[in-house]
Design a protein. Structure first.
Length: 749
């Protein structure tokens, strides 16, 4: 970057009032002169130049001259001055090459690239090489005898014009850079409000405007004169934040913003500036900023670029916020869901208040009968009634959530989370849909005080207590005790069986094809592990993988799956399926193992499998642990050429910036969200949000668990590129996969 502009001193430039039609440029603009440095050891040349040019104006500005009578004097001036437009430079001074040496110094050492240089020489024999003229970006070369007044004028005028253009281009380029950087910095903002304040701050910095700004949104669909809600406001608008924009107090602004929103474009009006920031998730967004100066065409075009950038960022922030909401809240009651509760219990377990805390599960008795008898709608109202009562009486001090159908959870101080208080809440009847309904509840409780497991374990154990309570009597309660814990013996038995299973080759890998939704052609397969015991029973991975993880056996098993998948990939390539890829599941425990990366590299080397055709699937829950370590590991994995997919995406959620830092290549939409897609209205399904997010972030997306044509059609319409599921093929042994592929992806099921 040019030294003249390396610091933000060019910022001053644009504050200057420039006469009409003038482009802003070097700092000299502040004083509205062009600074010209004359370097010549002949004093007559200085006088003559002044005589020739001294009284002239160029582009409406006078010239200001600086004088150096030797190259060394010129160096001193150059070291101190920063906004020279033109240097008129003598070639021969102290030495024959003083002029050219000075040019080298200016361009290479000082890094001044903008200033225009005109070389002058008394003797034609001392003409510089053409190379020098090109390499050092010399504007003009003249022998002094050629330089008539007119020619000198033309030469300097041309140089000044080109200096002016260079400055303008550089200024725009710097601003484009800042716009791009603002885009990625804003990605780190968490939530809409922070993002909105970030927009104001970045815009006022980039466009050198006072920090008076306001961002608002308007719900669409309704009448176009709908209220504008102010999300962020700064400076003189500060008091407008977090409320509807007062159309009387801010009449002209209100009008301008409405127009920008209606016409969906930026408004540059004498009254002010209204920027249209796009329409996302059912709302339109617009901003206003005080320009504080007239804006020229370049400012306006840059602002358009800024707005387009921001609009994409805004969409991402909204998508993530909504996904987060979906991931952590129960859609019916808006209470924290199971995923969120796990986190909250973890937090409680880590806090000093844990000694007094209890987790209670509140299960409504005979709910399913009521639901069946009176219908879903009534059931929903009932759940809402219970949620409201729990919230009303406990919500202020305790955490209330819903972890499943008719099971609520309450977490907090034991003085409130106890059977007496909780069951008392059900003494009064509930008024549902005009009817009085008497409900009762059964409780499973767990004291956090000396509890040893995680939040997830605590929920499971509280469920065990609840199950016991239900067996004993309805409307009763049971506290969890350690003796109720998951049957340790069962676990140990399974662990032994697993160990022999590995040795006795009871385990094998099956492959489920992934297809391109548009062409229905196979693009790859996911390797899935199977365990068939000697007596011919299949044990599902969901049962044995947790035990393999718990016992550490997953390290060996996982390595095997990877090796096998790599080998089979090579075989497929040999059979001519060259573009085929393999996805391999990697569990958290494997990932955390210190030798994981070495193992991966070794397997790749040993099997010769092309890394670019291997994908590792990690779950979001891995993704959330110890971010910095994980990011670093993923980076190293990606260096091998292997790509990364985030499995079960949408079931738990980390921030957008984090997702970006992970640099994953692909998102897998969890089957759960594919299942619900046929019921969801357009624009409201998680699958749709994930697809959009993937598109915005440049990530590929694959939907899993696609079971019927309707789902496939919807996914396809939403722009989901890839899919996997029983509709296309079930997981199958390798030989069968080969047959299926040979058949062009038909049959073989
Ligand atoms: P996952 O990674 O989410 O795998 C997808 C699961 O959905 C597979 O179950 C697959 O058979 C099933 N599936 C595929 N299409 C459909 C469909 O259209 N409908 C329905 N209902 N299900 C479908 P699977 O094979 O039982 O695996 C269960 C989980 O076990 C996997 O979930 C994965 O988390 C884990 N797993 C399987 N193999 C491995 C492995 O080699 N290593 C590790 N670490 N985990 C594995
Ligand atoms: Ca998977
Ligand atoms: Ca999955």
């Amino acid at each position: 970057m040019n030294r003249q502009h390396a610091a933000d001193d060019d910022d001053l430039v644009f504050l200057a009032e420039t006469p009409d039609g003038q482009k802003p440029d070097g700092t000299a603009a502040a004083r509205a002169v062009w600074r010209v440095l004359i370097v010549d050891d002949d004093t007559d040349v200085h006088t003559a130049t002044l005589f020739a040019l001294g009284s002239l104006e160029m582009q409406g500005r006078p010239l200001e001259f600086l004088h150096a009578y030797s190259a060394s004097e010129a160096r001193k001036i150059l070291a101190a001055e920063t906004d020279l437009a033109v240097i008129l430079l003598d070639v021969v001074m102290e030495r024959e090459d003083s002029g050219l040496q000075l040019v080298r110094h200016i361009r290479e050492e000082l890094g001044l690239c903008d200033v225009r240089i005109i070389l002058r020489t008394g003797q034609p024999g001392y003409a510089p090489e053409m190379d020098a003229i090109r390499d050092f970006d010399i504007n003009d070369y003249k022998t002094k005898s050629e330089l008539t007044r007119i020619k000198l004028y033309t030469s300097v005028a041309t140089a000044i014009r080109s200096y002016e253009q260079i400055c303008a281009i550089n200024a725009s380029r710097r601003r484009l850079d800042r716009i791009a950087r603002a885009g990625s910095e804003l990605m780190l903002a968490h939530g809409l409000e922070n993002f909105a304040y970030g927009i104001i701050n970045h815009a006022s910095a980039i466009f050198e405007m006072p920090n008076n700004g306001l961002i608002c949104m308007q719900a669409h669909g309704e009448d176009q004169d709908g209220e504008l809600f102010v999300i962020a406001a700064s400076g003189r608008y500060g008091t407008a934040a977090d409320a509807a924009l007062d159309s009387r107090q801010h009449e002209r602004l209100h009008h301008l913003l409405q127009r920008a929103l209606r016409e969906q474009r930026n408004m540059f009006d004498a009254d002010g500036l209204a920027l249209y920031l796009g329409s996302h998730a059912g709302r339109h967004f617009a901003a206003t900023l005080d320009a504080g100066k007239p804006l020229d065409d370049i400012d306006r075009s840059l602002m358009e670029v800024f707005c387009r950038n921001i609009s994409v960022g805004l969409e991402n922030v909204l998508l993530v916020t909504r996904l987060e909401n979906f991931a952590f809240h129960d859609p019916l009651t808006r209470l924290p869901n199971r995923t969120r509760l796990k986190e909250l219990v973890d937090k409680a377990l880590g806090s000093h208040a844990r000694s007094d805390s209890t987790l209670a599960l509140v299960d409504i008795d005979h709910f399913s009968e009521t639901n069946d008898a009176l219908g879903h709608q009534f059931g929903d109202l009932l759940l809402l009634g219970v949620a409201a009562r729990l919230e009303k009486h406990l919500g202020g001090q305790l955490i209330v959530g819903r972890i499943g159908g008719d099971t609520f959870a309450v977490l907090g101080d034991a003085s409130l989370v106890n059977p007496t208080t909780l069951l008392d809440l059900f003494c009064r009847s509930f008024r549902i849909d005009g009817q009085e309904v008497q409900l009762s509840a059964t409780l499973g409780l767990l004291r956090l005080d000396d509890y040893e497991g995680s939040g997830a374990d605590a929920l499971k154990d509280a469920e065990i207590a609840l199950k016991r309570a239900k067996l004993l009597q309805r409307a009763g309660h049971v506290y969890f005790t350690r003796s109720m814990g998951v049957d340790i013996r069962e676990r140990v038995r399974m662990m032994h069986a697993l160990r022999t299973a590995i040795d006795e080759q009871e385990m094998f890998v099956v492959y489920q094809p992934q297809i391109d939704l548009a062409t229905r052609r196979p693009v790859g397969a996911e390797a899935l592990l199977r365990w068939k015991t000697r007596d011919g029973n299949f044990i599902p991975p969901d049962r044995f993988i947790p035990i393999a993880e718990y016992s550490g056996l997953i390290i060996r098993i996982g390595e095997r799956v990877l090796r096998e998948a790599c080998r089979e990939l090579i075989r497929l390539q040999e059979l001519g399926f060259r573009d085929f890829s393999m996805s391999v599941n990697v569990s958290q425990v494997q990932f955390r193992h210190p030798h994981f990366l070495d193992m991966l590299k070794a397997v790749l080397a040993e099997t010769g499998a092309p890394a670019s055709r291997i994908e590792l699937e990690i779950t979001e829950s891995i993704a959330m642990e110890d971010p910095d370590l994980l990011i670093d590991l993923l980076r190293q994995i990606k260096q091998t050429g292997v790509s990364i997919a985030i499995d079960d995406f949408g079931t738990g959620f980390s921030s957008l910036s984090y997702l970006q830092r992970l640099q994953a290549d692909r998102l897998k939409i969890d089957r759960l969200f594919v299942t619900e897609i046929t019921n969801a209205s357009r624009g409201s399904s998680i699958a749709e949000m994930v697809i959009q997010l993937g598109r915005n972030l440049g990530m590929s997306v694959v939907a899993e668990g696609v079971e019927d044509e309707r789902q496939a059609a919807i996914l396809s319409a939403l722009g989901c590129p890839l899919a996997q599921g029983y509709l296309f093929a079930k997981p199958m042994p390798f030989d069968q996969l080969v047959g299926w592929l040979g058949n062009g992806g038909n049959g073989g099921n």
